[in-house]
Structures are given as structure tokens and as C-alpha cells.
Ligand binder design. Structure first.
Ligand code: G1P
Length: 285
């Protein structure tokens, strides 16, 4: 699996000036850890994380830290020691640096030498946390096992928000569509449907090959959507309208809302949050 994590995080400044946006915590862990855990629950055993210069904290977070584990054990904090050790053992992880922010397609292409020879490649954009069961990447892998082609995660999106996403033109009915075209961030008027591409993919090696010759597209960046488009036009792409929800953490507003939801549902933290909100409301009166 490839996890593009080289973005600048400009939508979340100033919090992300020095801190990689993927390291901003949601609940008790960095947002990227939620993504890796979803992947592991989907059966993924190896992740290639594409970072950028200055984002070394991501690698540090997933590295083994026997000293910290020993200190925690020495203090009798066995549960915490366990959880710290688990982070480095989630799956096999490799890191590659995208030297310049040239786009999502370029980020995936940077990982290509490390996924060469794989039958299909999962891609996870860690800006969205998945809430539901079965895990989203796992849902796409199941479709791949039936169809043996590139699989996209599709979600219906209100027209006034569609220009934030890649959008699919589709044929068919039900939850699995044949994708005939994809367009990166079209205007609402030009969008071929209301089915937006969400940040999970299963790509065949043909998409990686297309990236070799994909030039800059929307926003002056090398777009993954443009490489997928060429295969869609050959009839080699399907899309799944998945079940479950995606919670955005890419902007301050969405991060706040996602944190509130995750903490609200947490068995230990939820009651604390509710009590504090009640206290704040009472004090306002
Ligand atoms: C990327 C993709 C876009 C997709 C979106 C999902 O855009 O380029 O096609 O719909 O992720 O979150 P970004 O959010 O990186 O601008």
C-alpha cells in the first residue's frame, strides 16, 4: 500500500507550519495512525509512506522506541508500553521522500520502485478517517478480487462541494459501477455526476505505468486522476459506492468536528467532554 503524506498542509496553517498535518492528533493518536490501522484491518501487511523534506516526524512516530517502552514498563505502565510498542509493529513500513510537492500522481509515482511487481496497489490518503465496518480499503480490495481491475471509492456529493474532488462518469446500477471517465476538480456545471472520488484506491500496475507519461493537470500538479482517466476510457476501472462514513481532518474546521465526534463516542473521554460542555453552557448563563 502507498500512503501519500508529502503535502504541505496549507489548509491547516499555522498548526502545520512545523508539524506534519498527518501528525496532528485526532483523539489519542496522530491522524495517519488511524489510516494505517484501517489498512491493517483491511489485510494490508506493508505500507510505503511518501513523505517530504521536513516531515521526518512521521517516520519517527512509527519507529521502534525500546528505551521508551522499557521506561514505561519500569514505571508499571504496561498498558501504555504495549500501545507504544504496537505502533512500530502495525505492519512493515518503508519511507520514501517526494523531493518537491508536484501532486498526488507524482507522490504515488515516487513510491513506484518500492511496489514494483505487486499485483495491485492500495492507496490511502490520510486526510480522511473512515468510520464504519468493514474498513473502506478492505471493501475496495474485495471488489478488486472479483473484478481484477482498478477500483475507486465513490461517494455522492452535493453539487456545491463537487469541485473539491475528482468526479467519475459511470455506467450501471447498484453499488459497483463501470467508470467511463474521471475528471479532477471540475466546476459544478462540468461535473459528469455527483459521484466524487474519495481517498482510497486499489490501482493496477497499468495506472503506475500511465503516471510515467502523465503531465501536469489541474492546479499545475501531476494528478493521479489523469492517469486513472486513461484506463477508465479503456474500460479498466470500476467504482464502489461504499458503506460507512469518511471524517475529514484536512482543515481546522473539519478536524475540530472529527475530534469532537471521536472523543464524544470514546468510552472514557466522552463523558468528560459532555460534562465540560455542560459546565461551559452553565457558566455562560
Ligand atoms: C485528492 C484527489 C481527488 C480526490 C481527493 C479525495 O485531492 O486529487 O481526486 O477526490 O483527494 O480527498 P486533494 O484533496 O489532495 O486536493
Amino acid at each position: 500500500m502507498v500512503v501519500p503524506a508529502g503535502g504541505l498542509g496549507t489548509r491547516f496553517l499555522p498548526a502545520t507550519k512545523a508539524l506534519p498535518k498527518e501528525m496532528v492528533p485526532v483523539g489519542d493518536r496522530p491522524s495517519i495512525q488511524w489510516g494505517i490501522e484501517e489498512a491493517v484491518a483491511s489485510g494490508i501487511e506493508r505500507a510505503v509512506i511518501v513523505t517530504a523534506p521536513g516531515k521526518e516526524l512521521i517516520q519517527a512516530h512509527f519507529a521502534a522506541d525500546p528505551g521508551l517502552v522499557a521506561t514505561l514498563e519500569g514505571r508499571g505502565a504496561d498498558d501504555l508500553a504495549h500501545r507504544v510498542r504496537d505502533i512500530s509493529q502495525l505492519c512493515q513500513m518503508e519511507f520514501v521522500v517526494q523531493p518537491e510537492p508536484l501532486g498526488l500522481g507524482h507522490a504515488v509515482w515516487c513510491a513506484a520502485p518500492l511496489v514494483q511487481g505487486e499485483e495491485a496497489i492500495g492507496v490511502m490518503l490520510p486526510d480522511d478517517l473512515f468510520s464504519g465496518s468493514p474498513p473502506l480499503l478492505g471493501q475496495l480490495i474485495d471488489v478488486y478480487r472479483q473484478q481484477h481491475c482498478t477500483v475507486l471509492a465513490l461517494r455522492r456529493c452535493p453539487r456545491d462541494q463537487i469541485s473539491r474532488y475528482g468526479v467519475a462518469a459511470v455506467e450501471g446500477e447498484g453499488a459497483i459501477f463501470r467508470v467511463t471517465d474521471v475528471v479532477e476538480k471540475p466546476s459544478a456545471a462540468a461535473a459528469p455526476s455527483d459521484l466524487a472520488l474519495m481517498g482510497r484506491y486499489v490501482l493496477t500496475p497499468e495506472v503506475i505505468a500511465e503516471l510515467e507519461t502523465t503531465s501536469a493537470g489541474a492546479g499545475g500538479e501531476i494528478q493521479l486522476t489523469d492517469a486513472i482517466r486513461r484506463l477508465a476510457q479503456k474500460g479498466a476501472v470500476v467504482g464502489l459506492e461504499f458503506t460507512g462514513r469518511l471524517l475529514d481532518v484536512g482543515t481546522l474546521e473539519s478536524w475540530l468536528a472529527t475530534n469532537a465526534e471521536i472523543v464524544w463516542r470514546d468510552q472514557e473521554l466522552g463523558p468528560m467532554l459532555r460534562a465540560r460542555i455542560q459546565e461551559l453552557e452553565l457558566n455562560q448563563e
